[in-house]
Write a protein that binds this ligand. Structure first.
Ligand SMILES: Cc1cc2nc3c(=O)[nH]c(=O)nc-3n(C[C@H](O)[C@H](O)[C@H](O)COP(=O)(O)OP(=O)(O)OC[C@H]3O[C@@H](n4cnc5c(N)ncnc54)[C@H](O)[C@@H]3O)c2cc1C
Length: 372
């Protein structure tokens, strides 16, 4: 079985890894670079039970367990560790009433009130997402998978149209029996090639600071009121590599067709910087080592698309993981490997994520600039 996985983000790399563990060597085709998009620029925060009570619960719980197992199984350092997670508020406070006693985290500014324990070291953890994705890809390659750099521009079908025959990569034909669309937000491109539902996007901005290794393993979700009155919800994750990642402020600009063209919206990084200066003296502008933006892939009902593409044999999709793509990548990869190799997923019931549950996007409506 020749398997072609389109997209080298955390989802594509995880599918390649779990297939490789079963002795099936897939080829991952990545247009820009492994983890060049959200899989390299996200928070990497993991939670055991924050999806409980939703259809994502089994996927999240299985993934949380797999993240812990993978550190032993693969070996290597991608900054996996358990965290304590807190909620609090900061900024200009008006018309807000916050209950509960606040407590201190020593590296936060005095104006930040931390008043909620949202997770413990049993229930929350983190990875450095770019390193995790790269490690999954490397581990897949060590077991036989291939990484091919090139942009997928179309899908080839057999003469009767009922089965995939491969993909078009930079004008070249690459033959395959199975094609998996795992291009994150750019999976919308594949709606022109296959009967697929729409994938929408939400842009997020982030800063990474060089903070040294003295910040405690405490993650923070803050409600922050800007001087304008706008409420933002920055997320703060100190990492094991001596950096701290802070994301916040959604963006409005549409998804560019080339992942290399994703840039922060004008003025947004400055706003995020001001917010960060308020949150901690450790977040001074001089300590910024990265300022970036990325897009979450989102579906109409908020659940990912994981499974077969109806009506085209050999075509599969795994995308739309929204804010939980890093968390949910391992169980997605494992279940997709089972589905492709055995015909059915065993570890997770994929039926809530069946792509066939949502209406197919009419390719004629695929106007690139409005895809957000
Ligand atoms: C600001 C922010 C913070 C986040 N924080 C967290 C978090 O703390 N925890 C969590 O679990 N999730 C988080 N997420 C969500 C998570 O990052 C995403 O759900 C996840 O990275 C999506 O992975 P993916 O592989 O589907 O897509 P992507 O990472 O977007 O990868 C898609 C890949 O496909 C490639 N590609 C695109 N078009 C083509 C083509 N034509 N041919 C070949 N390759 C192509 C791209 O170059 C890219 O490498 C966050 C997201 C954002 C934006």
């Amino acid at each position: 079985m020749r398997i072609l996985i389109c997209g080298g983000g955390v989802i594509g790399a995880s599918i390649a890894y779990f297939l490789a563990c079963r002795g099936i060597a897939a080829t991952v085709i990545e247009g820009t670079g492994v983890a060049c998009a959200a899989s390299g620029k996200s928070g990497g925060f993991l939670a055991l039970d924050w999806c409980d009570g939703t259809p994502l619960e089994p996927l999240a719980r299985r993934s949380f367990a797999l993240h812990a197992r993978l550190t032993e199984e693969i070996g290597g350092d991608w900054g996996y560790r358990r965290l304590t997670t807190h909620g609090g508020y900061a900024g200009i406070r008006r018309h807000t009433c916050h209950h509960g006693n606040s407590y201190d985290i020593d590296w936060l500014s005095a104006g930040v009130r931390v008043n909620q324990r949202l997770g413990t070291a049993e229930t929350t953890a983190q990875v450095h997402p770019a390193r995790f994705t790269a490690a999954m890809m490397r581990a897949a390659e060590a077991r036989g998978a291939k990484l091919r750099l090139g942009r997928v521009t179309g899908i080839l079908r057999r003469e009767d149209q009922g089965r995939v025959a491969g993909v078009q990569v930079d004008g070249e034909t690459v033959e395959g029996d199975v094609v998996v669309i795992a291009m994150g937000p750019w999976s919308i491109l594949a709606a022109a090639w296959l009967p697929l539902p729409a994938v929408f996007v939400l842009k997020g901005h982030s800063l990474v600071f060089d903070t040294g290794t003295k910040l405690s393993a405490d993650a923070l979700f803050v409600e922050y009121r800007e001087a304008s009155g706008a409420v933002q919800t920055p997320e703060v994750f100190p990492r094991t590599d001596g950096t701290t990642y802070v994301c916040g402020i959604s963006g409005e600009s549409p998804l560019p067709i080339d992942p290399a063209d994703v840039t922060p919206d004008p003025g947004t990084i400055e706003r995020l910087r001001r917010m960060c200066e308020d949150l901690s003296p450790a977040f001074s502008p001089a300590k910024v080592v990265a300022q970036q933006a990325c897009y979450r892939p989102i579906t109409r009902d908020g659940l990912p698309l994981i499974g077969r593409v109806l009506g085209v044999e050999g075509a599969y999709i795994a995308t739309g993981h929204s804010v939980w793509g890093i968390l949910n990548a391992p169980a997605t990869g494992e279940a997709m490997a089972e589905l492709i190799a055995d015909g059915a997923a065993r570890t997770i019931d994929l039926s809530p994520f069946n792509p066939g549950r949502l209406p197919v996007l009419d390719p004629a409506r695929l106007r690139w600039n409005s895809m957000r």
